[in-house]
Write a protein that binds this ligand. Structure first.
Ligand code: PLP
Length: 363
């Protein structure tokens, strides 16, 4: 989609004038490896539990604004109090609320690109000044020294770990140093943490870092992208700020009950998460054997892949093979890069076969 009309550009706020509506680049394909969803969907045990719980639900009544039953389940899961949890309409809404509460005009938000593009967009919509601390152009590791320096005068720092779309982690010790260096709040976006090595988790830092906000979502590992539920874990007074700026009824009654069933049955997801991790490692090995292909190591359910003429490869996969992947080649630092969601065994095999036709195997 292109930008705003000349007429409307005159009418909107300055911060909004140059924005372009978010385009996930969706088109209907047989194999959708473009949005980092859980390729296996929900286990049937969880689907059944949700269906049962949804029977007779009173949709004529407003939902519980804070979703306290869900908050209690999440709090139990992480060994914290309900007052350390705030839910939102997907993680995206909580990112937006972070900037509404802690960013804004005259305040700075630190971003480490290439990363999730909505951070800079939402920060700017809220009127904040975005300070960019670029990642290493080869490894995409955070430049920790530069980040600590920028954090020292920041109101908000946001870092994704695993990072989307590059797949790498920020180490726990570095996250702790970042929280210590920043007088404002630090959001650690762990949207993909369930796919990563357990040693990567940082939620235990909440016990010692009172300016840390950990973001989680039900959209990725827990196969609920269509229902829109995410949550943040933070100190109680930080949660109060999230509660103060949020719209009260954004998590609807069906989404709340579905998320409760998912939390109660989270162990039922273990098998597909383990499958996706194994599929990821196999797919990475197969793709990196191809001529001219570079694959970065990933702790998420996706791979960043550099291929010659990526935009053409993406169009060919879509038009000739009905396989949809995400094109990042116009993102600075990600020239000729595609992001491929790890699919089922069959979906990955289709992708490997198709790319094998385009790109010969190395001898
Ligand atoms: C998908 C994603 C989210 C949140 O997605 P929601 O569907 O809004 O919960 C947050 N951060 C990153 C990096 C993501 O990739």
């Amino acid at each position: 989609m292109s930008g705003l009309s000349k007429r409307v550009r005159e009418l909107v706020r300055d911060d909004v004038r140059d924005l372009v509506p978010y385009d996930p680049g969706f088109s209907a394909c047989e194999v959708n490896l473009s949005a980092n969803e859980n390729a296996y969907g929900m286990p049937s045990s969880v689907r059944q539990a949700i269906r049962h719980a949804a029977r007779g639900v009173a949709v004529s009544r407003y939902p519980d604004p804070m979703a306290n039953d869900l908050r209690d389940l999440v709090a139990d899961w992480y060994g914290v109090d309900r007052r350390n949890v705030c839910v939102g309409n997907g993680g995206d809404e909580l990112i937006f609320n972070l900037f509404l509460a802690f960013g804004g005009p005259g305040r700075t938000v630190v971003d480490c690109p290439p990363s999730f593009s909505v951070y800079a967009t939402y920060a700017e919509v809220a009127g904040s000044t975005v300070v960019r601390v670029p990642r290493d152009p080869e490894t995409f590791d955070v430049d920790v020294d530069a980040l600590l320096e920028a954090a020292a005068t920041a109101d908000v720092v946001v870092v994704a770990s695993p990072n989307n779309p590059t797949g790498n982690l920020m180490g726990r010790a570095d996250v702790a140093r970042l929280c210590a260096a920043c007088p404002g709040v630090v959001m650690l976006d762990e949207a993909y943490v369930e796919f990563s090595d357990p040693s990567a988790r940082c939620d235990m830092l909440l016990a010692t870092c009172d300016n840390l906000v950990v973001l989680h979502t039900f959209s990725k590992a827990f196969a609920m992208a269509g229902m829109r539920v995410g949550y943040v874990l933070a100190a109680t007074d930080v949660i109060d700020a999230f509660a103060a700026v949020r719209q009260p009824y954004t998590v609807d009654v069906v989404a709340q009950l579905a998320a409760r069933e998912v939390v109660a049955r989270r162990d039922d997801f273990r098998e597909t998460i383990a499958h996706l991790r194994a599929n990821r490692d196999r797919l990475a090995a197969e793709l990196s054997e191809m001529d001219g292909v570079r694959v970065w190591p990933s702790e998420g359910n996706f791979l960043l892949v550099r291929v010659p003429v990526a935009s053409e490869v993406r169009a060919w996969l879509r038009d000739e093979r009905s396989i949809l992947v995400r094109d990042f080649s116009s993102t600075p630092g990600l020239e000729d890069c595609l992001r491929v969601t790890v699919g089922t065994e069959e979906e990955n095999a289709r992708l490997v076969e198709a790319l094998g036709v385009l790109l010969k195997k190395e001898d």
